[in-house]
Design a protein around this ligand. Structure first.
Ligand code: F6R
Length: 617
């Protein structure tokens, strides 16, 4: 989603801003721009629809000397993808220039108020209303005092905003400062040596800052090259909390891989090893989850668990439901984070609320967390991004340590989330009815996972062949039962998002109640048929598809038990304990989606319309 960058210091700002924007490209965007203020106060502004490189080619040609500026990658919300709608936006007087992430819900009222005062607009965006409102407060002198008149104008304007924002504002009248503020959209201040950066994502700092200040909701900062002042929107001074950036966690290079998604699929062994490291008890029968910040006594009081998330992370919650109900016998409910906030479901007082978010910045998930906190529930988070807003605002939680995930389609983060949910199931289970030996069996299964993942990844050449065979098909069905039902949903989502093929996931037996109408020679079905009590039921479902001439791609740990002719293609996964099997079942559907997208010539890491971190509702 939109990315913000800003620089003030001794270096030439344009290359720093462009580099920062390129580092944040993975977030997803459709246009880019930068604005620079030269030492003599002259403003240079370039913005173009399309890739950062399109806009950057013009900048490089002009070689701007400015030492401060702001930049933006836009993911369109209000108004189409045009040069005019790209950020930065300038107030009609030309003295204030702003980049904005988020949505200003009352922008139409703002625009008509400002139009009545003679302000003009050159874009269809909500953001342009805000930069003009800043100008209004400046001109109308609704702000007192001269020294911080710029920051005060921003603060006053923000008091009128309904919605969310992360903003960076500059003005040729104040060439030595950048004003930033946030409510709902992330905003970070990077501290370098005699220079400051601002960004919506630590990767925008591109190794240039060693320390970071995370601005909190309702805070504004005046950033200068060697210090910054932070206040609340109620004008209270705020002490700067400076954190060190762990660049090892924040860096990801493509290496010999063609795409980040491919790399991240193949990194799953390491990601899972990181997720379990230090989290298994010495007697190998339970998990150690000190990050939950809850005593054994508190945890024993829990009667119900609610999970909230979006997209792929929501699928991880569904797997968690199966695992926790099976091993810990605690009832689990799963809600879309976006629905939870407004549906206001009744919750028992002994409910524990978990949110799952790879980025830790998804606004729907963050608001679900805040809603649960507001109601007084203990809220825990599973996130991958250290220091993210969700990680900071939850009462406790577990970091995934999957390493940076750059590909828009989540892969290694998903399987790590599943493993962490299994650790939670084990932990709660061992506090209740799960025996020592059952606990040890699960621990052994978890410890065997890295090798089993490697074995599963060896299927890549076969999956690639299958992908080439089906790459032109217009529709896919994904079917799985029990804990493989969420993996069927995930398979359909992965395929949709990166190859733009229509796909649907269902519980295998549910297929007869409607989706079977789709089955035909042009609609392949990917079906999970793994050993266990429902193996034969799933085989019957596969036969029903074959009888209607639907191609069957079967993912199974028991290829030896599949009758000749039952499946058109078989992807074998290793046999494993049922507690960890979803991890292995996931890998073939990730590879299938990846190779199909490659065969179709799609931009795998930057699929159309999608954003890595969804910071608008
Ligand atoms: C799909 C995908 C999205 C995210 C969703 C939540 O591949 O990546 O569906 O899972 O936007 O994102 P996080 O986990 O960052 O909250």
């Amino acid at each position: 989603m939109c990315g913000i960058i800003g620089y003030i210091g001794g270096k030439q700002a344009a290359p720093v801003l462009i580099d920062g924007l390129k580092r944040m490209e993975y977030r997803g965007y459709d246009s880019a721009g930068i604005a620079l203020i030269n030492d003599d106060g002259k403003v240079d502004l370039r913005k173009r629809k399309g890739r950062v490189s399109v806009m950057a080619s013009e900048i490089e040609a002009d070689r701007f000397p400015a030492h401060m500026g702001i930049g933006h990658t836009r993911w369109a919300t209000h108004g189409g993808v045009t040069d005019a709608n790209a950020h930065p936006h300038t107030s009609s007087c030309g003295r204030f220039i702003m980049v904005h992430n988020g949505i200003i819900e009352n922008y139409e009222n703002m625009r008509s108020f400002l139009a009545g005062k003679g302000y003009t607009f050159s874009s269809e965006t909500d953001s342009e209303a805000l930069v003009n409102l800043i100008s209004y407060h400046y001109d109308e002198r609704t702000v007192d005092g001269a020294a911080d008149r710029f920051m005060e104008s921003v603060r006053k304007a923000l008091l009128h905003v309904e919605g969310t924002y992360g903003i960076a504002v500059i003005s040729p009248l104040y060439p030595n400062e950048i004003i930033v503020a946030r409510k709902g959209s992330p905003l970070l201040i990077g501290i370098g040596n005699g220079e400051r950066l601002v960004a919506s994502d630590v990767s925008g700092f591109a190794g240039r800052a060693q320390n970071v200040i995370y601005l909190e909701d309702g805070q504004l900062a005046c950033v200068k090259k060697d210090f910054c002042d932070i206040i609340t929107n109620g004008k209270q001074e705020v002490e700067c909390v400076i954190k060190e950036i762990d660049w090892e966690l924040e860096t990801a290079e493509l290496g010999s891989y063609r795409h980040f998604m491919q790399k991240e699929i193949f990194e799953q062994r390491k990601a899972i090893e990181n997720a379990i490291r230090g989290r298994i008890s010495d007697d190998m029968s339970t998990a150690i989850l000190s990050g939950l910040n809850m005593s054994a006594n508190e945890l024993r009081q829990i009667d119900r668990i609610l999970f909230c998330a979006c997209g792929t992370a929501w699928h991880a919650c569904l797997v968690a439901e199966y695992l926790i109900e099976k091993y810990a016998r605690i009832p689990v409910e799963v809600e879309y984070a976006s629905e939870f906030r407004y549906s206001n479901p009744p919750l028992d007082k002994n409910t524990l609320v978990f949110v799952i978010s790879q980025s830790g910045e998804t606004i729907d998930t963050l608001e679900a967390l805040r809603e649960a906190k507001r109601k007084g529930f203990k809220t825990l988070a599973i996130t991958n991004v250290v220091g993210s807003t969700i990680a900071r605002e939850s009462d406790g939680g577990l970091y995934q340590y999957s390493g940076k995930e750059v590909g828009v389609a989540s892969t290694k983060a998903f399987t790590s989330q599943i493993v962490i949910c299994l650790l939670i199931a084990l932990y709660f289970g061992r506090m209740r009815d799960l025996s020592f030996s059952d606990g040890r069996e699960i621990v052994e299964a978890i410890k065997s996972l890295p090798d089993l993942i490697d074995e599963t990844l060896k299927q890549a050449p076969k999956v690639e062949q299958i992908a080439k065979k089906y790459a032109k098909y217009p529709d896919f069905l994904f079917l799985g039962r029990l804990e493989e039902y969420p993996i069927a949903l995930e398979g359909a989502l992965k395929l949709k998002e990166i190859s733009y093929i229509h796909a649907e996931g269902y519980p295998a037996a549910e297929m007869k109640h409607g989706p079977i109408a789709l089955v035909c020679p042009e609609c392949p079905t990917v079906i999970f048929a793994n050993s266990g009590e429902i193996f034969h039921k799933v085989i019957s479902n596969a036969k029903e598809i074959g009888a209607r001439n639907g191609p069957v791609i079967m993912i199974t740990d028991s290829p030896e038990s599949i009758d000749e002719g039952l499946a058109d293609d078989i992807i074998a996964i290793p046999k494993s304990h049922s507690s960890v099997r979803t991890v292995l079942s996931t890998i073939p559907i990730q590879m299938l989606a990846y190779y199909i997208a490659v065969a179709r010539g799609c931009d795998v890491d930057k699929p159309r319309n999608l954003a890595k971190s969804v910071t608008v509702e």
